[in-house]
Design a protein around this ligand. Structure first.
Ligand code: BYC
Length: 341
């Protein structure tokens, strides 16, 4: 596939177009037309190198988030309060693994291998969502993660179903369906606890208190401090800014928390009639930066767990590769026999 070094997806300046090969200039023109029509870019289409890089960046981070995100909930599988809760939680954690696999596959269509992405993750060079660096200390955290973390994921990911890159948008459709189920199961855990004993109710409120701010920070830094948003929106990857989605999420929480009969730990939440947007109190962006820099409460633990799981799985990957090689050899000998006959 031809690749160029044109840095932006917006129409290239005339002199830059002149510097492109005729094939690349035609590719750039076609790409610009696809974006202008709000249509889909597919793997075989020509695309600017910066668009490709930005997608690999976002999709691989997203895949890593799903895989690392299995850990905080897997922590409670053996301690789920009933067989029913245990099987639901196991199914949810398996769904997250599936999401990671769809996303690694989508990123692979852009020319980066899964091994390269995984190596970057275990080497500590790749990002994954800040939210998974917080500990899950009580059973109510399973409810708060489902309601708030999966809820934030839905707000963020439903618009990504319309992302301009076809394989990413299509993966998101299935992911969002499953996230909706995850969110409802989390809400239901909290509802049951909130209507339980005083101790259960206090546990639910404590979990909501602890997960509230980190879940708002999942949407990324404030718009003024978001270096990727503008270009990503011009390329129709992101459809809404970080603050816009965060505001929608706050509105959703503010209504649903009433049904739970719990409260949110933020007395500045209000709907601004002038801007028609939900507002919230200040967030600790220094804490967010610390988490992104690898100094959150569980960063080291999450990465260590991922590294050991990766090392423990080496024999499975080797066995699968050996089996695939055997099958391929068998197939080519069958083909050769057929050709000779
Ligand atoms: N955590 O310019 P910005 C799930 C980075 S998993 C860490 O605004 P962008 C689930 C950002 O990458 C759902 N890093 O970036 C799984 C950038 O750094 P680089 C995970 C963050 O891309 C298991 C820098 O900060 N969801 O639901 O325009 C169990 C500046 O940011 C974060 C996704 O991955 C963060 N929170 O916007 C349960 C959604 N925020 O790359 C549930 C897909 C920002 O320049 N991703 N950064 O080094 C996106 O929608 C966008 O990438 C973001 C950031 C909104 C996250």
């Amino acid at each position: 596939m031809a690749r160029n070094v044109q840095p932006a997806g917006q129409p290239a300046p005339q002199n830059a177009m002149e510097a492109l090969t005729p094939e690349d200039a035609a590719g750039q023109e076609n790409f610009d037309r696809i974006i202008a029509k709000d249509s889909r870019v597919e793997p075989k289409d020509w695309m600017p190198e910066a668009y490709r890089r930005s997608l690999v960046r976002q999709i691989s981070q997203h895949a890593h988030s799903e895989i690392i995100g299995m850990q905080p909930e897997a922590n409670w599988i053996t301690r789920a309060p009933s067989l029913k809760r245990k099987s639901i939680l196991m199914a949810k954690v398996q769904d997250e693994a599936g999401h990671g696999l769809y996303l690694y596959s989508a990123a692979e269509t852009l020319g980066t291998t899964r091994d390269e992405m995984m190596d970057a993750l275990v080497a500590g060079k790749a990002r994954y969502s800040s939210i998974f660096n917080y500990p899950t200390v009580t059973w109510a955290d399973m409810g708060a993660i489902g309601w708030m973390v999966d809820g934030a994921a839905i707000c963020n990911q439903v618009p990504l179903c319309r992302a301009s890159y076809g394989p990413y948008g299509r993966a998101m459709v299935r992911v969002c369906k499953e996230e909706s189920f995850h969110q409802r199961q989390g809400f239901e855990i909290l509802l049951e606890l909130a209507n339980g004993t005083p101790a259960q109710r206090a546990m639910a409120q404590d979990a909501v208190n602890r997960w509230y701010a980190p879940s708002l920070m999942m949407f990324g830094p404030p718009d003024d401090d978001s270096p990727n948003s503008k270009q990503s929106m011009a390329w129709n990857i992101k459809r809404f800014s970080n603050d816009e989605l965060r505001s929608r999420f706050v509105g959703m929480l503010a209504e649903q928390v009433k049904v739970l009969g719990l409260t949110l730990p933020d007395d500045e939440i209000r709907f601004n009639e002038d801007t028609k947007k939900w507002e919230h109190g200040p967030l600790d962006w220094e804490e967010f930066k610390e988490v992104l820099a690898g100094r959150g409460p569980c960063n080291a633990q999450r990465l260590e767990r991922r590294r050991s799981a990766h090392a423990d799985g080496a024999w499975v990957r080797e066995a699968a590769a050996a089996y695939a090689a055997k099958q391929a050899a068998k197939q080519s000998s069958t083909n050769a026999q057929k050709a000779a006959a």
